[in-house]
Design a binder for this molecule. Structure first.
Ligand code: CDP
Length: 217
């Protein structure tokens, strides 16, 4: 869609991207896109198919024949395979512990970026991930980078019931060669260690509204 707006939100695990992203999307009437869920969905299908994750050519060959499609509801755009989104399965510790070994594979990233750009055919989006402001939509004027201290993020993960060591995943995401996790030069960086999601999200909303007025969007 020609005039679709993209709000890009990047940040490490448990930085509040999803919560704030969904809030913003709801307030603006845009659709939310959780790009981490896309990487997780592909990872889950690789595991289901018995693909050897350590063998990149096997992963890429599976990607080529993976029958995933973009599906939209009134509030989000997501990937589904055979009409199923695997929303619960993709949050398992097994997927969490594997996804950052699949996401650095260049062919996987190319496929994901292309698919994420296609989401605009459904209209304006709030998209969260690791490389949205830097690689997927570097031209959008609406970019946020959320962060919080290591201690606070570890506590949030524990409260969600996750048994995952996210430090290792964050390390892989930040040090990979292709599209590492980093703030875009023009992103608004928000450390929300001592803020509720509602306060952060309201601040982001006010920023988006002011910028839209300024740019006439
Ligand atoms: O659950 P959490 O918010 O920590 O992560 P997620 O957003 O579900 O993303 C899961 C994983 O997908 C990340 O650790 C990255 O390895 C990968 N990812 C990525 O490489 N690029 C994105 N735009 C989104 C996720």
């Amino acid at each position: 869609m020609k005039d679709a707006i993209v709000i890009a939100i990047d940040g490490p695990s448990a930085s509040g991207k999803g919560t704030c992203g969904r809030y913003l999307a709801g307030k603006l009437g845009f659709r939310h896109v959780d790009t981490g869920a896309m990487y997780r969905t592909f990872t889950w299908h690789c595991l289901q198919a018995g693909i050897d994750i350590g063998q990149a050519p096997q992963v890429v060959e599976f990607l080529r024949r993976w029958p995933a499609e973009l599906v939209t509801t009134s509030d989000e755009v997501r990937l589904e395979v055979g009409g199923k989104s695997a929303a619960g399965e993709i949050r398992s510790d097994e997927v969490s512990n594997t996804v950052a070994r699949i996401s650095p594979i260049a062919a996987v990233r190319i496929w994901m970026v292309r698919t994420q750009r296609e989401c605009l055919r459904f209209g304006s989006v709030v998209m969260d991930g690791r490389d949205i402001g830097t690689h997927v939509f570097p031209e959008t004027p609406f970019k946020f980078f959320l962060t919080a201290s290591d201690e606070v993020r570890a506590k949030r993960r524990k409260a969600e019931g996750s048994g995952e060591n996210t430090a290792e995943r964050d390390r892989r995401d930040s040090t990979r060669k292709v599209a590492p996790l980093e703030p875009a030069r023009d992103a608004v960086v928000i450390d929300n260690s001592h803020e509720s999601p509602a306060v952060t999200a309201e601040f982001m909303l006010a920023h988006v509204e002011a910028k839209r007025r300024q740019l006439g969007l």
